[in-house]
Design a protein around this ligand. Structure first.
Ligand code: SAH
Ligand code: SF4
Length: 414
């Protein structure tokens, strides 16, 4: 089933279904890049807690007020300050002079026959990014795959996003609001307290390189992981990177989230060719950073993502070299069948060869599940998102290649 809402057909900001009097589309699109409305008001969504505390203190308000605001915005998901009913009307009016609660505009909303769900979101300046929900196949839970940038400065050859120029980094508010829109869509407000959540995990595997927008990603994830709001445990958050070495250890120290590495080649020559970032941060440095990753443990191994490219990186000797390369790193592999996109030169490795590849890794002591594509019918599988957005919307922005979900994989709920 494909259910595309065009902008004209659904010129509604994505809001909590209970909130009907939200701002108009034009209110949203005129908002300035730092989360400020054209009238100078600031979006509460995305303001780090410490900063909110300072802002409230400047208004003569206590930490208790911060707690209340936090609860309304991130625990209950309200989108109108007027609905914050345990705050006096006088203070609500004062707050509304300086702040609002924002959501990006939803410009497309598609559901796959396998229940993968994709949203195209437009931000105040007209830029768009895609967010995908991948439900677990067997359980009532799943992962929301979030974008960190519009486009990507990197040019990995197998990735459609790599053909697209970076438009800009997403702000903390734009990053965390992708998850909040998913919650709006599934009515998962207030934050379920019984542990049963359909939107149980976050994976930073959408469009862009999260470690090239590290500070905004960090602020957004801290908001999402705050126990008094959205409250996603860090054990349920995974960040995927192409290997921005200097930020890897920092990410582990400051966030402690799960780490996934887009590895895709066992030696430098090949990796230089298909992932140019390797020339700056070669495999030895990358493996050293992984060995020192603070969050790495037996119970939480690093995930090595490996896209299967026919005749390029898929020979038995590549698998044996991989096993050697990752020695000393607690890790497992995710083998991702390559998804072709228009203009790409690569083909996917035949299934039987992927299975043999997986077996070699297994024989060497490494789990290597194959991540079969999800959401293909709505072009939400790896490498497909961007092409569909471009074709439909004739714009240069869209989704990123994204790995697939599996029952125990990095994308799946854990
Ligand atoms: N920029 C980050 C986050 C994006 S995650 C990173 O590169 O890790 C997207 C994942 O999908 C990455 O592992 C990427 O290498 C993989 N991928 C990209 N294009 C793909 C394609 N066409 N088929 C399968 N996987 C792809
Ligand atoms: Fe950017 Fe990741 Fe795609 Fe490489 S794989 S181009 S880093 S989004």
């Amino acid at each position: 089933m494909t259910d595309v809402l065009t902008e004209n057909a659904s010129a509604q900001p994505a809001t909590d279904s209970t909130a009907t009097n939200g701002p108009s589309l034009s209110d949203f699109v005129t908002r300035a890049a730092n989360g400020q409305a054209a009238d100078g008001r600031r979006d509460l969504v995305g303001i780090p807690r410490e900063e909110l505390t300072e802002l409230m203190a400047a208004m003569g308000e206590s930490k208790f007020r911060v707690k209340q605001l936090w609860n309304w915005v991130y625990y209950r998901g309200v989108t109108d300050i007027e609905d914050m009913t345990n705050i006096s009307k006088k203070l609500r009016d004062r707050l509304a002079q300086d702040f609002y609660v924002g959501r990006p505009v939803l410009t497309a909303d598609q559901k796959s026959t396998d229940d993968t769900h994709k949203w195209l979101m437009k931000f105040h300046d007209g830029n768009e990014a895609e967010t995908v929900y991948i439900p677990d196949r067997n359980e009532d839970r799943g992962a929301v795959c979030i974008s960190s940038q519009v486009g990507c400065t990197l040019t990995c050859k197998f990735c459609h996003t790599g053909t697209q120029l970076l438009v800009r980094n997403l702000t903390p508010g734009e990053i965390v609001s992708q998850f909040m829109i998913a919650r709006d869509s599934y009515g998962e407000w207030p934050t379920p307290s019984n542990g049963i959540r359909r939107l149980s995990n976050i994976v930073m595997m959408g469009m862009g390189e999260p470690l090239f927008n590290y500070e905004n990603v960090r602020d957004a994830l801290r908001i999402a992981m705050d126990g008094e709001g959205i409250s996603i445990s860090r054990r349920r958050v995974t960040l995927s990177t192409s290997g921005v070495v200097p930020e890897i250890v920092r990410c582990g120290e400051e966030l402690g989230v799960g780490l996934a590495i887009s590895l895709h080649a066992p030696e430098d020559d090949l990796r230089n060719e298909i992932m140019p970032i390797n020339k700056k941060y070669p495999l030895k440095e990358l493996m050293d950073a992984c060995r020192h990753y603070p969050g790495m443990s037996n119970s939480r191994p690093i995930t090595m993502e490996y896209v299967m490219l026919k005749g390029i990186n898929d020979k038995p000797e590549h698998a044996r070299a991989l096993a050697k390369l990752v020695k000393g790193v607690h890790c497992k592999f995710n083998l991702i069948p390559f998804n072709k996109w228009p203009g790409s030169d690569y083909e996917c490795t035949p299934t039987n060869d992927i299975k043999k590849f997986a077996q070699i890794l297994l024989d060497n002591g490494y789990e290597a599940p194959i991540r079969w594509p999800r959401g293909r019918d709505i072009l939400a599988a790896c490498g497909q998102l961007k092409s569909e957005s471009q074709r439909q919307r004739k714009s240069r922005v869209g989704g990123c290649a994204k790995p697939d979900a599996g029952n125990d994989g990095v994308v799946a709920a854990q």
